[in-house]
Ligand binder design. Sequence first.
Ligand SMILES: NC(=O)c1ccc[n+]([C@@H]2O[C@H](COP(=O)([O-])OP(=O)(O)OC[C@H]3O[C@@H](n4cnc5c(N)ncnc54)[C@H](O)[C@@H]3O)[C@@H](O)[C@H]2O)c1
Length: 268
Amino acid sequence: MCDLSDKVAIVTGGATLIGQKVVEALHGAGAKVTVGDVNAADGQALADRLGDGVTFLETDVTDDAQLSRLVDTTVERYGGVDILVNMAAVYLDEGLETSREDWLKALDVNVVAGAIATALVAPHMEARGGGAVVNFSSISAKVAQPLFFVYSTTKGAIAELTRVEAIRLAPKGIRVNSVSPGWTWSNPIRDMSGGDRAFVDRIGGALHMLGRIGDPEEVANAVVFLCSDQASFITGTDLAVDGGYSALGPEQMGQPLEELLARMEAGS
Ligand SMILES: NC(=O)c1ccc[n+]([C@@H]2O[C@H](COP(=O)([O-])OP(=O)(O)OC[C@H]3O[C@@H](n4cnc5c(N)ncnc54)[C@H](O)[C@@H]3O)[C@@H](O)[C@H]2O)c1
């Protein structure tokens, strides 16, 4: 449905599992893609696997010179930039005990780098008549979660960054949106669970209306949609790809509610 033929995309953080599916989906829709990530082994393997039209460049997004090289090389190789996906992230998080150094690093990778990358690609997008930026936010941006503190704060900042970028870049024909995935089968979740998808679906399933965690391909589909002309009147907004996580209130499927329903059915 989404045709990205003749489009050129940059994906930061594209070496990880979700990133690989995003790159595959953009490439599958016809786009040329440059991937920037500090993980050179997985990034290069991805480019080798997908072949023509996918380039990997080892890039630390906190380094302005490396970000500029990512953009300039893309323009030289593929003729311009139409799409930017800001996905690189770190999970540095010690809650209230987090050091200033870790706070600044997390903000740098998760928030500031995406803002700088967007500023760098904007003139190239404008030269081609417009473009699309997709920032990676998260369900963590919207609610308090016991496991996250710094990470959630950075993802909340991305939600507002998306809105202010959208208003600044609309006159240039550039749309800016974010996606907020729920729990998604990914490198961190795979590693945390020892690769046990059924276990994660059981634990995470109770938190998502659809009763399971998401697949990285499902996040990638949403990114491709937002990058395509199918989303031509969508900017400044967030697309939840979370199986209903963010629409659930405290009344989730679980023991207390089931006990109440059982009593009601028993008429007591
Ligand atoms: N896993 C989930 O369930 C989930 C849920 C919501 C949102 N997300 C978002 O999806 C994206 C991918 O996350 P993930 O969970 O797969 O984590 P991940 O750690 O596997 O992926 C992050 C990627 O960013 C790269 N990266 C880190 N620092 C970098 C730097 N300085 N320069 C360039 N690249 C750098 C890493 O090498 C990695 O490839 C993130 O933006 C994350 O917030 C993930």
